[in-house]
Design a protein around this ligand. Structure first.
Ligand code: SF4
Length: 130
């Protein structure tokens, strides 16, 4: 079996993540796992016909919020990105400030072919255009 890895991302992502994606392990499912997954997806599809469930953060390729440690004299690039603003605050000195970097749902914004029909996506768009 051959695995061909095609990295997806915005041009601004560059290729620094390519190696990480290329090294992802391939987990092969046995027949019972595959069948259970298919049955679960069919059930979710039937149950969700009237009111489809919102995709999980993992399914939306959610990038989490970050706290960027910035130097006061230079507003160009973050010195370091922290997973929480609290962690960034702990690292902050007198010459620094913290810039919140909101996360984003990468799949919804750039790759989902049905986003124009999705209530979650429409909510995102109305939030960003207010
Ligand atoms: S836009 Fe697409 S990926 Fe995002 S929540 Fe809606 S259906 Fe899921």
């Amino acid at each position: 079996m051959k695995v061909i890895v095609v990295p997806l991302g915005k041009e601004s992502d560059g290729y620094e993540n390519y190696a990480a994606h290329a090294k992802l392990p391939v987990i092969l499912w046995d027949d019972s796992t595959t069948e259970a997954f298919i049955r679960e997806r069919i059930k979710a599809h039937i149950e969700g016909e009237e009111n489809p469930p919102i995709c999980t953060p993992e399914e939306r390729w959610r990038k989490p919020d970050k706290g960027a440690l910035m130097k006061k004299s230079s507003k160009k690039r973050a010195l370091k990105l922290y997973d929480t603003e609290r962690q960034a605050e702990a690292a902050k000195g007198a010459m620094h400030y913290i810039e919140p970097r909101p996360g984003e749902d990468v799949r919804c914004l750039f790759y989902c072919p049905v986003n124009k029909f999705c209530s979650y996506y429409q909510g995102l768009m109305s939030e960003t255009h207010q």
